[in-house]
Design a protein around this ligand. Structure first.
Ligand SMILES: [Zn+2]
Length: 199
């Protein structure tokens, strides 16, 4: 298993190929499929948004068996999400966890709208649970910012918040991070440049 820094470099390199329209679409052959029948050894865990414009294997130019993917709207945490991250670390030996936000995140926008208009109670309970997970991030945004800047900053704060919250709520992951066994990185996918920017 490659270490966290090597894994991060692999993600960066793959994204660079994608940015430059030079994707090589690795690990999609019959040989790869056969080799993955009984085991998987992904090199990274990525928690990102469900947004259809952020398909991880495409933006990181990765293939089958490469990335252990967890996606929820607004990449919010839940017990199941944290359990999935732990599974990747414990059972698959992955050393790198990336929390990836993206520009114009609809989940963050919805949370901002509900927050500003105080209309949280008009959405369904399940949607509400997502928006409530984003609220603490919005509370950190300077309320004087103009709308566009406010949304942009809310997206960034949501990545910061979810990454921080992971270490607060998941003692197992926090311990592994503190001993240097694994690494958590925060990043944002820029929709207009296709580039993943590491915080
Ligand atoms: Zn999103």
């Amino acid at each position: 298993m490659i270490n966290a820094k090597e894994a991060l470099q692999k993600l960066i390199d793959g994204n660079e190929r994608f940015v430059n329209n030079a994707s090589i679409h690795p690990n999609r052959s019959q040989e790869t499929k056969d080799s993955l029948l009984s085991k998987q050894t992904p090199f990274a865990i990525v928690l990102s948004c469900s947004d259809s414009r952020v398909p991880l294997e495409i933006i990181f130019d990765a293939g089958l068996g490469d990335i252990f993917v967890i996606r929820t709207a607004g990449h919010v945490l839940s017990q199941e999400v944290m359990g999935s991250i732990e599974y990747g670390v414990v059972h698959l030996g992955v050393k790198l966890i990336m929390i990836l936000g993206h520009d114009n995140c609809g989940a963050v926008h919805s949370a901002v709208d509900a927050y500003k208009s105080k209309s949280l109670d008009t959405v369904s309970p399940n949607l509400k649970s997502i928006l409530m997970e984003i609220y603490p991030a919005i509370e950190k945004v300077n309320s004087d910012l103009k709308e566009e800047d406010f949304h942009k900053e809310a997206v960034r704060q949501n990545v910061e918040y979810q990454a921080k919250d992971l270490l607060i709520k998941d003692a197992y992951i926090a311990n592994k991070v503190s001993t240097g066994e694994i690494m958590v990185v925060k990043a944002n996918y820029n929709l207009s440049t296709s580039r993943v920017e590491i915080f």
